[in-house]
Design a binder for this molecule. Sequence first.
Ligand SMILES: *Cc1c(COP(=O)(O)O)cnc(C)c1O
Length: 421
Amino acid sequence: MKLNQRDKSHIWHPLTQHKLHPETIAITKAKGCILTDEDGNEYIDAIASWYTSMYGHCNNYITNRVATQMQQLDQIVFSGFTHEPAIKLSEELIKILPENQNKIFFSDNGSTAVEIGIKMALQYHFNQGEKRNTLIAFEDGFHGDTFGAMSVSSLSVYNGPFEDFFIDVKRIPVPNGKNHLDIINRLETIISKNKIAGFVYEPLVQGAAAMKMHNAQGLNQILQFCKTHHIITIADEVMTGFGKTGKHFASLHLDTKPDVMCLSKALTGGLMPMAITTCTQNIYNAFYSDNMGKGLFHAHTYSANPLACTAALASLELLQSTEIQNNIKRVIASHQKFGNHIKQHPKVKSIRQTGVIFALDLNIEMERYGNLRDKLLNFFMTSGIFLRPLGSTIYIQSAYVITDKQLEKIYKVIENALNII
Ligand SMILES: *Cc1c(COP(=O)(O)O)cnc(C)c1O
């Protein structure tokens, strides 16, 4: 029996309504930007498998390093023990993070990186004898699927059944260049009625909201407001981190730096699951005490797994290489050219781009998981391109190492798709 049939017996897939979407595609191989399925069909991975494999799948530089590491030290409890891959990674990461970041806390996925950021903010105030129980977040944000992360997210298609159990969150719109006074007024009202612990935000690009992009200056003003009122700012850079916006982190485009940062996805180049929550010395100091109870009592069994740390270290080296930096510039320029061309198309409502993240909105209304979206997805797959439209948004976030020829094919298939819908 084929893999995609055997799958049906026991596997429950994420983000899947199995009654409506019973079929899966079994992938047997991934190299560079090419995915191969069990029938030998090839697909260009235009979203780098959810923005993780930014240096290409099965990148030899990363896999060789991990292969060596796995014969030396595979896994060790990270409370009471430490190891070189984690230490080296902390040193290398601190060099490229915004200058106010000084401590690294390990976990194993983006949602928990956010969860830890939220706990840091809540306990920061608690440890200082202040009970602040409310958070602020953007409308349309997405921060993950655990309870704290769901609370600050706002996509009800995922969150509906759990809403009664969420942390109290007040929402503000994203800055669009015109509404910053309204936002500040709204923030004033919010803080007059609530005790706010922190503000969780995706800087510059909101991934799951269909690559919605917002105004950096406006965000700066919000962050400045938060600093003035001792609201801990938590930048969720799970998607935007590691070069996506053209700089190593989206926060580097902003004058006001976050207190806490959440990282995952491209951290290990797609090889191993890992996440990191970073923070300033000031945050850390609020937990540093003779009192056990003031510590951050959060741990995951696989925290700072040495293999994942090694994959992250190799990925960081690649990110900073001239080759990858040149590739990032090349992809940015290529998308700009395509954007200028495709925005004239009658079926295109608008285009937008931040770094290597490119998105276009179609002129038609589409449900997030409706029939038209399925038609589009199928068209892309049968044309040999793995793209996942989000509602009426088609976006590209491919590996930095994607070739010009592969990019041309993605553009051509998108243009063809506009003609079948
Ligand atoms: C993907 C994502 C998350 C959740 O990460 P997981 O590893 O899927 O739990 C959180 N925040 C943002 C911005 C993301 O893109």
